[in-house]
Design a protein around this ligand. Sequence first.
Ligand SMILES: Nc1nc2c(c(=O)[nH]1)N[C@H]1C(S)=C(S)[C@@H](COP(=O)(O)O)O[C@H]1N2
Ligand SMILES: [Mo]
Length: 312
Amino acid sequence: MIIKRPSDIPSSEITPESIYLKRREFLEKVGLGGVGVAALAVGSGTPMVGRVGALFASEKQDDAPNSYEEVTSYNNYYEFGTDKEDPKANSGAFKPKPWTVKVDGFCKKGGNYAYDDLIKAHKIEDRTYRLRCVEAWSMVIPWQGIPLGAMLARFEPQPSAKYVAFETVMRPAEMPGQRMGILPWPYVEGLRMDEAMHPLTIMATGVYGKPLPNQNGAPIRLIAPWKYGFKGIKSIVRISFVEKEPRTTWSIANPSEYGFYANVNPEVDHPRWTQASERRIGEFRRRRTLMFNGYADQVASMYAGMDLRKNY
Ligand SMILES: Nc1nc2c(c(=O)[nH]1)N[C@H]1C(S)=C(S)[C@@H](COP(=O)(O)O)O[C@H]1N2
Ligand SMILES: [Mo]
């Protein structure tokens, strides 16, 4: 297995706080901070789309991070409800501390790891990534976290470990969505071993330099930025090294619409809508969706020879 060194990650993926704040300041100055909120209410498809979009056209502003407010108040976390506002409104009673993650399966150093122990060995990094939801909206989010590969290496995976499976905490008393049959609980996800070890893949522990808010998956959640958002499983309590492709929540719930790989692919439509374009939260216009969410140079080789229309 070839593991890319962090130096292979273009510096564009590693955004110092001062720069993301400056970019945002520019948007506020030209009066688009407020427009962003209006855009949410109006939605896309109005005649203004093109003209407002033009203000964002310069390459430099292209990936300006969304505001802290947007990142933490427009969420998908069905354990707390299905509307975008629900996770923030309903996650106040959730307790992300103390936290323990169970590690099992094909590895030499399985066991129960307390949160502080789990992350202490690794440098906290700053990564600003695009997040593309399968519902065709997107955000740019400055995460802090740790490389998943470094965390997993410490558990000493064995050769039979071909995939890594993840599980979200089961706490119906604190998670109203789990008291209803919205999805089969607990939420489960997985990655192939090379995807899990890829240097772009992180376990996020914070956003905008603050600890991860409950609605964003406190205290620890997965981010694989070339995949649709639903791969980014939140509030993880179990990591299992397994031999076979693990089951994943959205493909259990609706196998004809969601696959295991879930790589962002503008050429493969969702059965009910196009995946060729997206709307950045805070903007009117639609953007063209990029192959692998814009991370093709770094990840496409992992899928060489695979039919990406079949393996969606
Ligand atoms: N446990 C759990 N993890 C989850 C989800 C969920 O409903 N439950 N939603 C997913 C989806 S569909 C998306 S788009 C992202 C959203 O992450 P964000 O709210 O931090 O932007 O979380 C993913 N992780
Ligand atoms: Mo999503």
